[in-house]
Design a protein around this ligand. Structure first.
Ligand code: MN3
Length: 382
């Protein structure tokens, strides 16, 4: 029986992880659930799964939460400090980091320090502070198992032969605007951007998929997770999203991991690794997919992918700066404050503005994040 803490249990990955856990009740138990703001869903989840503790990050919701759960033995906490500390409790075996954005950083660092296995769905954590996080994980002998479907694919391809990698291919669906020109993208709307062709995900990542920033973040995530040079990471557009990613080995042989686009599979694998357990998830049918297509990404129409590679190559705090300005720009786009293309402009200008810092520590990341956010905000407030 593995005891799981889910950070971000009310989000897309969090709710799917709870579905997985309730399907495999004999293998997993929910120890901790945390949410940022969605107190009603957190209450429902706590009543069903009866965890040891729940945390709501937004302290204004504490009273609602504790009132609703007062007749249960579930311990109730609120606030950022509680969120950062709860991951260290003795009884947790695996921390599933499924919150969105930069907010995942400190809880993940604390969980690694406490020796917890990490199932990582929060890609921003590695984008922002990959050098520090992977160094810390090595030092504490902690495994980071990717939940992101592409990284899970690569991780699965590398089992048994992690050292003979020539390069990897990260597949991308291309999002809802694949094939559109720069010109025609000027006028796309929020609701168009929120229509992802294959995956059901939260709003932030869906916009990141439409701009291809998601793939840029994933390239940086892969850079740190698998210790690869930027030139060893190639993005290939694959609209059907059934080849989840590929590894090319030094002899030229390629392994791919395939399956239906369903996050429950990589979630299950991360929770059962190094084992596999029998599931009755819908099986892939080759004859349902008579054609699989591949094309090169269009970085002219989707400059965010190019910006992410620039940040990855620059290293230091630049990926953190890029991520912060992207979070601000995506939120502004979702609030109808800027257009689709302005997202890239905000990121580009912020990356030009802020000076890089080599071999940053936690304080450097925190400063860079703050500085980038306020500069990006200042660009939007015109
Ligand atoms: Mn992905």
């Amino acid at each position: 029986m593995k005891k799981i803490a889910i950070l971000g249990s009310t989000g897309s990955v969090g709710t799917q992880a709870l579905e997985v856990i309730s399907t495999f009740k004999d293998s997993f138990e929910v120890e901790v659930l945390t949410a940022y703001n969605n107190v009603q869903l957190l209450i429902e989840q706590a009543e069903i799964f009866q965890p040891n503790a729940v945390v709501i990050a937004n302290e204004d919701k504490f009273n609602i939460l504790s009132e609703a759960l007062k007749k249960t033995p579930v311990k109730v906490y609120a606030g950022a400090d509680a969120l950062e500390q709860i991951v260290q409790i003795e009884s947790i075996d695996i921390v599933l980091a499924a919150m969105v954005g930069y907010s995942g950083l400190i809880p993940v660092i604390n969980a690694i320090k406490a020796g917890k296995m990490i199932a990582l769905a929060n890609k921003e954590t590695l984008v922002v502070a990959g050098e520090m996080i992977t160094g810390l994980a090595r030092e504490r002998n902690v495994s980071i198992i990717p939940v992101d479907s592409e990284h899970s694919a690569i991780f699965q391809c590398l089992v048994g032969e992690p050292d003979a990698v020539e390069k990897i291919y990260l597949t991308a669906s291309g999002g809802p605007f694949r094939g559109k020109t720069r010109q025609s993208l000027q006028k796309v709307t929020k609701s168009e951007a929120l229509q992802h062709p294959n995956w059901a995900m939260g709003a932030k990542i869906t916009i990141d998929s439409a701009t291809l920033m998601n793939k840029g973040l994933e390239a940086i995530e892969a850079h740190w997770l698998f210790n690869l040079h930027p030139d060893q990471i190639e993005v290939v557009i694959h609209p059907q999203s059934v080849l989840h990613s590929m590894v090319q080995f030094t002899d030229g042989s390629i392994k791919a991991q395939m399956g239906l686009p369903d996050m429950k599979l990589p979630i299950l694998y991360a929770l059962t690794y190094p084992d596999r357990i029998k599931s009755d998830f819908t099986r892939f049918s080759f004859t349902d997919y008579p054609e699989l297509n591949f094309e090169a990404p269009d970085t002219d129409s989707f400059p965010n992918l190019f910006l992410a590679y620039q940040a990855m190559k620059a290293g230091g705090i630049m990926p953190c700066v890029m991520n912060a300005s992207n979070e601000i720009a995506v939120e502004a786009f979702l609030n109808d404050r800027i257009g689709f293309y302005d997202i890239s402009l905000v990121i580009e200008k912020t990356m030009e503005k802020i000076l890089n810092v080599r071999h940053p520590g936690l304080a450097d990341y925190q400063n860079a994040d703050k500085e980038a956010r306020s500069f990006a905000e200042s660009l939007i407030r015109f």
